[in-house]
Design a protein around this ligand. Structure first.
Ligand SMILES: [Zn+2]
Ligand SMILES: [Zn+2]
Length: 280
């Protein structure tokens, strides 16, 4: 197994989330990324609604203060919820001013504020309805021009419906992947998701990665860390990769050339060769 340190991380939370470890300060995370030799670190704090925006302004200010003494490019991002009341892939609120990268994520059971797996799906919930609303949401996220990255694709639905839905879920994800690939929208390969997925979805999550790769979706590494120590961690991703031949894990962990160019990271070396894209 590789011991490579990721060159970047696009999915990082801080104390401003309200539920992260006290170690996850913007200053601490930036210093740790710098010490690890990372080239790009994207702070992607949660946005659950307009009430989440003031904390993001603090993060934006901290980044501006820290960047001049930091070689690592610090990106002001946001992980914004898909609106669970609309289920059409629109975001719960518009991206905050100055945001540079938007991750659109499905966190809530459609029509509720329940968060599977912490909040169990209530007994009697019609799984077909959940599935159809999820389908409309992820297809909408793929088409949503405000969304640069789909966060942990599949996490909600895999925890909300039975395994009998698996093939239908994959078919929807392939449809969404074609839309994402056509317009260069990335998907988050998220280290935190694996601990949350129930079996056998956890074991079979590689099928999601594989189809995204085959279709040509740019894949981005995200620790989704909520504490300092887990920054750059990819243990669960590496375990999954033992069952994947393509793309090589080291490619996922290397800063893609297109991302480096977008954020003007001078350290980009080999351009498109580092971008994980399918074999179209
Ligand atoms: Zn998330
Ligand atoms: Zn997250």
């Amino acid at each position: 197994m590789t011991t490579m340190i990721p060159e970047y991380d696009v999915h990082v939370h801080t104390i401003w989330s309200g539920h992260s470890h006290a170690s996850a300060t913007v200053t601490g995370l930036a210093a740790r990324a710098e010490a690890l030799g990372m080239k790009l670190l994207c702070f992607s704090e949660h946005v659950h609604g307009p009430e989440s925006l003031p904390p993001l302004a603090h993060i934006r200010r901290s980044i501006a203060e820290l960047q001049p003494s930091c070689r690592c490019r610090l990106v002001f991002g946001a992980e914004i919820d898909a609106d669970p009341d609309r289920s059409d892939g629109s975001l719960i609120t518009s991206p905050p001013p100055g945001v540079e990268l938007v991750i659109g994520s499905i966190h809530f059971l459609p029509g509720t504020r329940l968060l599977p797996p912490w909040d169990p799906v209530p007994p009697g919930t019609d799984q077909e309805t959940v599935f159809q609303r999820w389908r409309e949401t992820i297809m909408g996220l793929a088409a949503n021009r405000q969304v640069d990255v789909i966060g942990h694709p599949g996490a909600l639905i895999f925890n909300a419906v039975e395994v009998t839905f698996f093939d239908r879920i994959l078919a929807v994800m392939r449809e969404a992947a074609h839309i994402s690939a056509a317009r260069g929208q990335a998907w988050d390969v998220n280290n935190l998701i694996f601990a949350k997925l129930k079996e056998p979805y956890r074991r079979d999550y590689r099928r999601v990665i594989r189809l995204a790769y085959e279709v040509g979706v740019p894949l981005l590494y995200g620790s989704d860390t909520h504490n300092l120590a887990a920054l750059g961690g990819y243990r669960d991703i590496a375990a999954l990769w033992q069952h994947l031949e393509q793309p090589p894990l080291c490619e996922l962990l290397r800063l893609p050339g297109w991302l480096a160019r977008r954020f003007q990271v001078a350290a980009a070396t080999d351009g498109d060769a580092t971008a994980i894209r399918g074999r179209k």
